[in-house]
Design a protein. Structure first.
Length: 299
């Protein structure tokens, strides 16, 4: 298959998951959250000091991770291509569905790069409030609700439809509640001179990790939180965006779009305080008012 070896990739994905499910890693993340062993060593480790919480990767480390995972920096989108993509313009852009897809991509990147280098401002009870929760794997949406980026209402979850390879479209409406154009990103890249960027992305563990990530989201319910248990017996909970499989997908995607933005992603994960994790898990929507739990989170 000259264009993309989707068939080979999908067989590899199924084989990788089938052979790995249930296997724990020394990171404390079990499968499918741990994902590909090839990528695992390059994913965030637990923050050991308060200074590590929400610390960004930085450009040198981001470039090193990308190289290790098989993505060459020179294959990222040009600045012009990136700006056209996130503005919903370019060939195939300008339509309502293209603008919706572009907005989802842009908002996802903003959420997933939330760190000391990329603070988000939210209006909490009438007060502009700095939000910096990337290491927890949590976000605060426009309505002031605290949730996992994997929440069904989050752009960082809804982007799944936009980045799905067209060969897998259409996807069930339950997996695309916002009715976004399935396969949009791939089609846009091919139409706008970025075929080499897309090919480079698919040479990395991106597709394999995406399959692990899909399984992770499938079993994580409304809360979209992930358990972690070290060999020492220590346990913790973190938002699903900091699970190694999903973090790798997000990193590679953002690096392809704009390496400077990938450098803003949190470099370490930190446990969600149990009272907060319990509240999110107990909520049928997977959301709780940020104002009620703000005091428990280092921000």
């Amino acid at each position: 298959m000259k264009r993309f070896s989707y068939g080979v990739a999908l067989v590899f994905i199924v084989t990788a998951i089938s052979s790995s499910l249930g296997i724990a890693s020394d990171t404390g993340f079990q499968q499918p959250f741990a994902g590909s062993p090839r990528a695992l060593r390059w994913t965030p480790t637990e923050a050991l000091t308060p200074a590590n919480v929400n610390e960004p990767i930085g450009q040198r480390r981001a470039d090193r991770i990308a190289r290790a995972l098989g993505f060459r920096k020179k294959m990222a989108l040009s600045e012009k291509q990136y700006l056209l993509l996130i503005s919903g313009q370019g060939i195939g852009g300008g339509t309502p569905s293209a603008l919706a897809a572009a907005k989802t991509i842009d908002e996802s990147v903003n959420y997933l790069t939330n760190s000391n280098a990329q603070i988000i401002i939210r209006n909490i009870n009438g007060v502009p409030t700095k939000i910096n929760l990337g290491s927890y794997g949590l976000i605060v949406n426009n309505d002031g609700a605290l949730e996992s980026p994997g929440n069904i209402t989050s752009p960082a979850r809804q982007i799944n439809a936009v980045i799905t390879p067209p060969v897998l479209c259409p996807i069930p409406s339950s997996a695309n509640p916002a009715n976004l154009p399935c396969g949009y990103m791939n089609n846009w890249l091919l139409a706008n001179g970025a075929k080499k960027s897309l090919t480079e992305l698919y040479k990395t563990p991106f597709l394999v990790q995406a399959a692990f990530g899909s399984k992770s989201q499938e079993i994580s319910g409304a809360a979209q939180l992930v358990p972690n248990q070290k060999l020492s017996g220590a346990t913790a909970t973190v938002g699903i965006s900091m699970a190694p499989s999903i973090w790798t997908v997000n990193f590679l995607l953002i690096y392809m779009l704009n390496p400077k933005l990938a450098a803003l992603m949190p470099a370490y994960w930190t446990p969600i305080p149990q009272i907060v994790a319990n509240a999110i898990t107990a909520s049928s929507s997977g959301q709780v008012p940020y104002s009620e739990y703000q005091a428990y989170l280092t921000n």
